[in-house]
Design a protein around this ligand. Sequence first.
Ligand code: CA
Ligand code: CA
Ligand code: CA
Length: 349
Amino acid sequence: MLGKKGFAAIAAVGILLLASSARAHTEDVPFVADLLAGRHMDAGEVRVWNDGDNLHVEYRTIGGWHLYETHLAVATSLADIPQRKGNPPPGRFAYKHEDLDGASSDSYVIELADLGADADTLLYIAAHAEVRGREELVQNGGFEAPVVTTPEGWDIFDSGTAGLCWIVQWYDGARNYGGETRPEPAHLELHSEANNWTPYEGDQYAELDADWDGPSGALTGEPASVEIYQDLQTEAGAVYTLSYAFSPRPGNADNVLLVEWDGQPFNQQHSASGVGLSDTSWTEFTHTVTATSSSTCLSFTELGSADSLGSLLDGVSVLGVEEQEESAWGDGYDFPGKNWATYITYTVQ
Ligand SMILES: [Ca+2]
Ligand SMILES: [Ca+2]
Ligand SMILES: [Ca+2]
């Protein structure tokens, strides 16, 4: 049972939440909601902010998604967003742009006075878009998560770490080395600014001959080659574009990367020496692959000698070949009807 202290704590949390939701949003630091296509695909974002006179709503797409139409409803109560039995028909929204022809952004500027809104007014915003794009099947293909924070610019992460998304298994090599036993679960090694080497994309990439004890550990040269994989949701018979970037580790002679897509016979090996390199040397590979079932395992394995130094991998992507047409909504709260449309709430500052 909650005592007085419990209620006081809840009240304090409520005040904190109100305070944070009322934090000033600007064009540089807008309120941001995901733009979800077909309910679950991340197609971009909806950004909301206001100046003294106007509400600004901006759609932005990412990753090969494009805008064809946008429809926007803004009201001071949920009931004032057009709905039929709790289903919002975008065609009846007050604001619309229907000739966007594949744009990657679209903006609305609406006078706050027209909305009957001033400071502290809570607005209900239904941001809908018709988009076309290709779904990305790989999660964390750029190895941007988890973020490396060590001063050495590299770190190891257990298979199963939140955000890592890849399953990691040790590959080959001894279970004992230097008086130590190989740790479980296996680790994936991520680099951010290690040795000032350049990622293929973003800020981080992976090394597939990893490490047992991390940047503060005493072991060097331990056998730490890994296989990493994801089981992708595919469609039997569907064709996909698989791409990734490989670099030898600078200074390391023996880097051998095996790529396997189990939906069809596919087995690709890349090897290169990093001797003489002072920075990464990325090569992007692109293959057309076919799925044979509803689940396809995509895996990358270090086949070089297991000694903590090996292949570097970044920019892993699997895209559907065909563009899909989808409805998309700024992700927030569900409308009451039997639909997956969502609305955002935003407090005017
Ligand atoms: Ca990356
Ligand atoms: Ca080590
Ligand atoms: Ca190696």
